[in-house]
Design a binder for this molecule. Structure first.
Ligand SMILES: Cc1cc2nc3c(=O)[nH]c(=O)nc-3n(C[C@H](O)[C@H](O)[C@H](O)COP(=O)(O)O)c2cc1C
Length: 402
């Protein structure tokens, strides 16, 4: 049976380097991919859509409202089977539109409808590229999961020298192929992630909990999904809504967390325990709200079960990752945990810093392996940290399979 070709949507905008889009189409075709071009109206003023339809062998989408004789809605049909949306060259304008959710033409609407990986290769004059608005827009899209292929430095078509020249078509296609492969790198794997805090109630109204927004665990779950895994996310209370492709199991207490983790553990190949499970619980939970004057009489703290240690004992061939939030002796404590709990590695972060970690979109972590190997990240978005963690996991899978 013939394997269906991978489908690339190539978004083309009105940059002077638009002619390089022709070479990008050719490079994809050499690799056996099927390219569908979506152009902005301004791009069609620089190059005729006819050139792109001839090169790609597919109709070009330029006008959403054009009467085509088909009842299907082109931006929805096109995005349904796509493996990747690449915008190359991307103007400062289209990047700004993507950030703000403007969908007033074919390409910006396709971007909103796409749920495949999105890659943007900017091309513009250096002053435009280094403009504060462009810089901020790129950062915001990066933290929303859009990949960027940075422009080169050199001679620009406007006559200036500097940063902003579209990366070479070969380089762009090579990177896109990597991103497409990444989108299936965890196919047939089941990934179990825990996230958020737990709540230990001592009466119907009050509880103790740990500081955790759940962001790190949710990012890990989404990244695993993007790589093709089946994902189960067991989360304590959090305001985040995960992607609909993730199976979300909501829990409140450490006991409920343990029950659900144990229920899903057997089917998982990779387990990432990012939840801040409470170490303490109350020996009894009152049925009625306890009066203030009786608080000290009625509250007795006990320990919760150590879920991670329990999983470490029954780990077998699974990959088991722990997380440690420390305020001191980060390395020593992390290395002890990695050994004690039989983990593949532990992701440690120093929560004494106020600008990263808790509630923040950013973090800086150090990954410690049993062997003593460590990987230190810079301060990065939690999405980028989740990519680093999953890359490490994929390396372990690669080593195991030989
Ligand atoms: C000849 C020419 C070359 C241009 N090159 C660029 C460019 O390389 N990068 C860019 O961001 N804008 C460039 N512009 C400006 C954009 O075309 C302009 O911002 C336009 O509104 C973008 O529309 P679009 O994003 O819908 O294609 C150029 C304009 C002209 C006339």
């Amino acid at each position: 049976m013939e394997v269906p070709k991978k489908i690339i949507i190539l978004g083309v905008t009105s940059s002077i380097s638009i002619y390089k889009a022709c070479e990008i189409i050719r490079e994809f075709q050499k690799e056996g991919l099927d390219v569908h071009v979506v152009m902005t109206k301004n791009a069609s003023r620089l190059i005729s859509p006819r050139l792109f339809s001839t090169l790609s062998g597919n109709e070009v989408l330029l006008d959403l409202f054009e009467e085509t004789g088909s009842p299907s809605i082109s931006h929805i049909t096109l995005t349904q089977g796509a493996d990747l949306l690449l915008v190359a060259p991307a103007t400062a304008n289209i990047i700004g539109k993507f950030v703000s959710g403007v969908a007033d033409d074919a390409l910006s609407t396709v971007y909103m409808a796409a749920d495949c990986p999105v890659v943007v290769a900017p091309a513009m004059n250096e002053r435009m590229y280094l403009h504060r608005s462009t810089y901020k827009n790129i950062q915001r899209l990066k933290s929303a999961g859009v990949k960027f292929i940075e422009p080169d430095k050199g001679y620009l078509a406007c006559g200036d020298e500097g940063l902003g020249r579209l990366a070479s078509p070969r380089e762009i296609v090579k990177k896109c192929l990597k991103f497409i492969n990444k989108a299936t790198s965890l196919n047939h794997k089941c990934v179990l992630v825990t996230a958020g805090p737990t709540r230990e109630f001592f009466d119907p109204v009050r509880f103790i909990s740990s500081r955790s927004s759940g962001k790190m665990g949710f990012e890990l779950a989404e990244e695993a999904l993007r790589r093709g895994a089946e994902v189960i996310l067991i989360s304590g209370p959090s305001h985040i809504t995960p992607h609909r492709g993730i199976k979300l199991i909501k829990v409140q207490t450490a006991k409920e967390m343990r029950t659900e983790v144990m229920r899903s553990f057997d089917q998982a190949d990779i387990v990432m325990m990012a939840a801040a499970v409470s170490d303490f619980t109350f020996n009894t939970k009152a049925k009625q709200k306890i009066k203030k004057r009786e608080l000290s009489k009625n509250i007795k703290l006990g320990r919760t079960q150590d879920i991670l240690a329990e999983l470490g004992r029954k780990k077998g061939n699974k990959i088991l990752i722990g997380f440690a939030a420390e305020t001191e002796d980060l390395k020593k404590n992390a290395l002890e945990k990695v050994k004690e709990k039989n983990l593949d590695f532990i992701v440690a972060n120093d929560v004494s810093k106020t600008d990263i970690g808790f509630d923040s979109d950013e973090n800086k972590v150090c990954i410690y392996y049993k062997s003593g190997k460590s990987v230190l990240t810079d301060k990065k978005s939690k999405l980028e940290i989740s990519q680093i963690i999953l890359d490490e996991i994929e390396d372990i899978i690669g080593e195991k399979s030989g």
